[in-house]
Design a protein around this ligand. Structure first.
Ligand code: GTP
Length: 236
């Protein structure tokens, strides 16, 4: 079977890195995610990863904290996760380059779009750290932006929930599960799957988003093979 996609962005939330522990990096969780990523990589798919930082820092956690400062702290958290992912993937023999949107040249390469594309062409996984490098932009928006920049065919949005629902299925047992949505529906219904900046960036640039659960890491492979899992957000 051939993979459905040639070049993808995988968005991993910070929480995905911490597994059931809920904070920090859980090595066995990260290993199981990376094994799946490796499997997909070996099918010839070009993979860029955008990682969040919520396992270390959640937005404006401190009361009254300046929003920009809190967001910069979050960006630093994504660098920790990017280095952790790089280490685990390299340990598995997968070539990786980390690029950071905020320069810290002792730690990683700066983000350079053309170099990122070259890395992908040379069969390396590229991990984008530090979000967009700007406060007020989420790592979901980073995934949308980078997908547009590197011409990725789809964003694979790995979540702790298996699909998009109209309300929290853990609270409301009658929550409606969606298999397909348009960008406008996501925006109009106020669905919390992605922030509106990220959703509209994908809409304007015609980038589909597949939302699926990472409780079963095999879902990354299923998503790449084009199996119908989770919720696809795209134009009709
Ligand atoms: P090619 O240009 O295709 O040979 O790619 P390459 O990434 O193998 O070559 P390069 O010499 O650019 O990088 C070698 C190693 O140094 C890689 O692991 C890069 O991620 C890393 N590297 C490159 N530039 C920087 C930088 O500015 N800072 C840090 N910390 N590492 C860098």
């Amino acid at each position: 079977m051939e993979p459905k996609y040639k070049r993808v962005i995988i968005k991993l939330s910070g929480e995905a890195m911490s597994g059931s522990v809920g904070h920090g990096i859980n090595t066995s969780t990260v290993k199981s995610i990376c094994e799946q990523i490796k499997e997909v990589f070996e099918l010839g798919v070009e993979i860029a990863i955008v990682v969040g930082g919520g396992n270390f820092w959640r937005g404006r956690s401190g009361e009254g904290m300046d929003k920009s400062t809190a967001d910069y702290m979050g960006m630093l958290a994504t660098v920790i996760n990017a280095l952790g992912l790089q280490d685990v993937l390299e340990e598995m023999g997968v070539p990786v380059r980390v690029q950071t949107a905020i320069e810290m040249k002792q730690i990683a390469e700066p983000y350079i779009r053309r170099k990122a594309i070259r890395h992908l062409e040379k069969r390396r996984i590229v991990i984008f750290a530090s979000g967009t490098g700007n406060p007020f932009f989420t790592t979901d928006t980073t995934a949308a932006l980078r997908a547009a920049e590197i011409d990725a065919e789809i964003i694979l949005l790995a979540k702790s929930i298996d699909a998009v629902y109209d309300s929290d299925p853990l609270i409301n047992p009658n929550a409606k599960r969606y298999t397909e949505l348009t960008y406008i529906e996501v925006l109009n219904k106020g669905l919390k799957v992605m922030d509106s900046t990220a959703t509209s960036l994908c809409m304007d640039n015609h980038i589909p988003i597949l939302v699926f659960g990472l409780d079963d890491p095999k879902n990354i492979l299923r998503a790449i093979m084009g199996e119908k899992i989770g919720t696809i957000i795209q134009e009709v």
